[in-house]
Design a protein around this ligand. Structure first.
Ligand SMILES: [Fe+2]
Ligand SMILES: [Fe+2]
Length: 294
C-alpha cells in the first residue's frame, strides 16, 4: 500500500511519548445543575424545542446526551478493534501493523474509561445499532469502507471531544475524558487518513467504483449524523412531552430531520467532508444540507 511511512513512524513515536495510561479522578456522583457539554453540541440546539427548555432541563438533557456519546464510543471501539485485529497481519498492512498494535492498546483503554463513566454515572451503556458495513463488496472495497467508517466515526466524536475538552464549566471528569480522548484521536485520525488514501488509490481505477465509493462514504456520514439523536436520551431527560411530542421516537425523527439542524450537521462534519472531497472520494461537499439519506 502506498502510504507515507515516515508519518506512521512519527505517530508511533508520539504514542510512545504518551504511553502512560490516562489517570482520572472519579467522583462518587456528578452535579446535574451544570451543562455536561457546550450548549451548541446538544441535538435540540437551534430548534423550537430548545427554546422551550429551561436551564435545568438543558443540564439534564446534556447529561443523557453525554451518555449517548460515550456509549457510541464504547460500541464504535468494539467494532474498530474487531476489524483492526482481523487485518493486522495481512501482508497488505505490513507497513502499519506496528501502529495497529498501538491503536488497539489505546482504543482498549478508551473503551474502558467510556464504559466506566456510563456505568458509574448513568447505571447503563446505551445500546447502539451495529456499525458494520455490509459484506457484499469486493474485498478491497470492503476494507476501504471499514477503514473509512472507523475514520468518519473518530472524526465525528472528536468534534465533540475537542470542544468539551476545553470547556471550563462542565464537571472535571467530563472535561478530562473528552480532552484525553481528543489527544489520542488526533493521532488515530492521521493514521486513518493515510490508510484510507492508500486503499482508495489502489481501487479507484474506474468511474463506476469511484461513484460507489462516493455513495458509500456519504451514506456512512449520514448514518453517524443520525446516531447523535438517541430517543432514549430524550426519554431519560424527561423532555419528550414538554417539547410537545407523542413519543421519544417522534422527537428523535423531528429533530434529526429538522431544517434548523442541517447547518449544524454541515459544520460538525465539515473537516471530514473536506478530506474526502479533496481526495476525490465524494462528489458533493454540501450533501448534508439536502437531509439525511436513511
Ligand atoms: Fe478512541
Ligand atoms: Fe481512535
Amino acid at each position: 500500500m502506498d502510504i507515507n511511512s515516515s508519518r506512521i513512524d512519527r505517530l508511533i513515536e508520539l504514542s510512545e511519548k504518551n504511553s502512560d495510561p490516562a489517570t482520572f479522578s472519579w467522583p462518587e456522583t456528578l452535579p446535574v445543575d451544570v451543562l455536561w457539554c457546550d450548549e451548541d453540541l446538544m441535538t435540540t440546539y437551534g430548534t423550537e424545542s430548545h427554546k422551550t427548555l429551561d436551564f435545568s432541563q438543558k443540564c439534564l438533557l446534556s447529561k443523557w446526551e453525554a451518555i449517548n456519546f460515550f456509549s457510541l464510543n464504547v460500541h464504535g471501539i468494539k467494532e474498530a478493534l474487531k476489524f483492526v485485529a482481523d487485518c493486522i497481519y495481512e501482508p497488505r498492512y505490513d507497513c502499519v501493523s506496528q501502529y495497529m498494535h498501538t491503536f488497539i492498546a489505546e482504543e482498549n483503554e478508551h473503551m474502558e474509561y467510556f464504559a466506566k463513566f456510563c456505568i458509574r454515572y448513568a447505571g447503563k451503556i446505551y445500546e447502539t445499532p451495529s456499525f458494520s458495513v455490509k459484506k457484499d463488496h469486493p474485498r478491497l472495497q470492503q476494507e476501504l469502507y471499514m477503514f473509512a467508517s472507523t475514520l468518519i466515526f473518530e472524526e465525528f466524536v472528536d468534534f465533540y471531544n475537542h470542544k468539551v475538552g476545553k470547556n471550563s464549566v462542565v464537571p472535571g471528569i467530563v472535561r478530562d475524558i473528552n480532552y484525553s480522548h481528543h489527544i489520542d484521536e488526533t493521532r488515530h485520525v492521521s493514521f486513518g487518513r493515510e490508510v484510507v488514501r492508500g486503499l482508495f488509490k489502489e481501487i479507484a481505477d474506474d468511474e463506476e467504483t469511484v461513484k460507489k465509493v462516493s455513495s458509500q462514504i456519504k451514506s456512512t456520514i449520514s448514518y453517524f449524523v443520525g446516531l447523535m439523536y438517541n430517543h432514549n436520551s430524550y426519554m431519560d431527560a424527561d423532555v419528550v412531552k414538554h417539547c410537545g411530542f407523542s413519543s421519544s421516537f417522534a422527537m428523535r425523527n423531528a429533530l434529526r430531520n429538522s431544517e434548523s439542524r442541517k447547518e449544524m450537521h454541515q459544520i460538525w462534519f465539515r473537516r471530514t467532508i473536506n478530506f474526502f472531497h479533496q481526495n476525490g472520494m465524494i462528489d458533493d461537499k454540501r450533501f448534508l444540507l439536502s437531509g439525511l439519506t436513511d
